[in-house]
Design a protein around this ligand. Structure first.
Ligand code: NAD
Ligand code: IPM
Ligand code: MN
Length: 355
């Protein structure tokens, strides 16, 4: 199995180092040969080649069976030409690999229930949500877009577009995910205001006819943001567009303890899938051995499950993470509730010990 590893920027290299160690131990333990190659993306690629997504990186990803990504971006590149920002590298590779479905599971590990900011009686009801975020369309990619001067003043504009085929395929992914879970799907939109959302809703309803066993509901995004913290137990699978999914998944992460815990899988119609934590490059703690590597390690478990059909290996990683949390080890982001403060390396090594 060929895996293209892109550490990226900020805490990216630190968390990826732990992730790759975990992957190698899994390889030894279960007798698999994971062949990893590194590729440049984001700011690291800009510094080395002048662009955030070099052709060699795209080629390396396409020749791999799966792709792992740390994070991209940081203050160093915040003032460069927006056309070559680090984030363009990430958006570019998602588009190049047609990774339209971004699965972001937000589940609370029982060991972290005290790290959750919600009232204990709400936490008690359980938090286990799958956010299915559309990843290659919507306002992130819609045209026209740009900035200009009009009537003597500056203006910027983007366009939120969804084509029928884009909504259909993400809706199918979400219904299928719901079928394997608690058979509830909530489609989140802004159909009371946006035309694009009205089409989104219409199409989701049409697709629902093929999934009579799944209970479909609709919610406006502002209400969804509120309901996520009021009573997250009401959600099973959430399907939504690119921008709403970006925002709601960060919100969902914090009710599970920390953004440093949430993994993701970005999938297209065929391999390679791309696996990455949902968080960014955390420039405020980069290079200090403070980052939580668990979101990356759990992303590797998702890779094993979704790209390589290795359920047992994925379970092994997830159990090792649980065991490590049970032992009370905590990185700073989940530290506020007690436990033993450890760095990124120590957390990675503890997971390896528990594999
Ligand atoms: P961020 O997710 O990088 O950080 C937000 C906060 O969460 C920070 O306080 C950070 O220290 C903390 N945090 C994030 N991940 C953590 C981890 N693993 N362990 C401990 N703490 C963690 O978001 P931001 O500050 O808005 O963005 C920083 C940069 O990252 C920007 O350039 C942004 O564009 C980029 N970004 C990249 C990705 C990605 O590569 N997928 C995702 C989000 C943001
Ligand atoms: C994420 C990030 C990216 C996004 C950025 C860095 C392009 O926030 O992966 O959640 O908005 O999709
Ligand atoms: Mn995001």
């Amino acid at each position: 199995m060929k895996i293209c590893v892109m550490p990226g920027d900020g805490i990216g290299p630190e968390i990826m180092e732990q992730g790759v160690k975990v992957l190698n131990v899994i390889g030894e333990k279960f007798g698999h040969k994971f062949e990893t190659t590194e590729a440049l993306i984001g700011g690291a690629a800009i510094d080395a080649t002048g662009v955030p997504l070099p052709d060699e990186t795209v080629k390396a990803c396409k020749e791999s069976d799966a792709v792992l990504l740390g994070a991209v971006g940081g203050p160093k590149w915040d003032t460069i030409d927006p056309a070559i920002r680090p984030e363009k590298g990430l958006l570019g590779i998602r588009k190049e690999l047609s990774l339209f479905a971004n699965l972001r599971p937000a589940a609370l590990f029982p060991q972290l229930k005290d790290a959750c900011f919600l009232r204990p009686d709400i936490v008690e009801k359980g938090i286990d949500i799958m956010v299915v975020r559309e990843l290659t369309g919507g306002i992130y990619f819609g045209e026209p877009r740009g900035t200009k001067v009009e009537n003597g003043e500056r203006m910027g504009y983007n366009t939120m577009v969804y084509y029928e085929h884009e909504v259909k395929r993400i809706a199918k992914v979400a219904f299928e995910a719901a079928q394997k879970r608690n058979k509830k799907l909530c489609s989140v939109d802004k159909a009371n205001v946006l035309d694009v959302s009205r089409v989104w809703r219409e199409i989701v309803i049409e697709v629902s006819k093929d999934y009579p066993d799944v209970e479909l509901t609709h919610m406006y995004v502002d209400n969804a943001a509120m309901q996520l913290v009021r009573d997250p137990s009401q959600f099973d699978v959430i399907v939504t567009g690119n921008l709403f999914g970006d925002i709601l998944s960060d919100e969902a992460s914090v009710i599970t303890g920390s953004i440093g815990m949430l993994p993701s899988a970005s999938l297209g119609a065929s391999n390679p899938g791309l696996y990455e934590p949902i968080h960014g490059s955390a420039p405020d703690i980069a290079g200090e051995n403070k980052a939580n590597p668990l979101a990356t390690i759990l992303s590797i478990a998702m890779m094993l499950r979704y790209s390589f059909n290795m359920a047992e290996e994925a379970d092994c990683i997830e159990s090792a993470v649980e065991k490590t949390l049970s032992e009370g080890l905590r990185t700073g982001d989940i530290m506020d509730v007690g436990g033993k403060l450890v760095g990124c390396t120590e957390m990675g090594e503890a997971v390896i010990k528990n594999l």
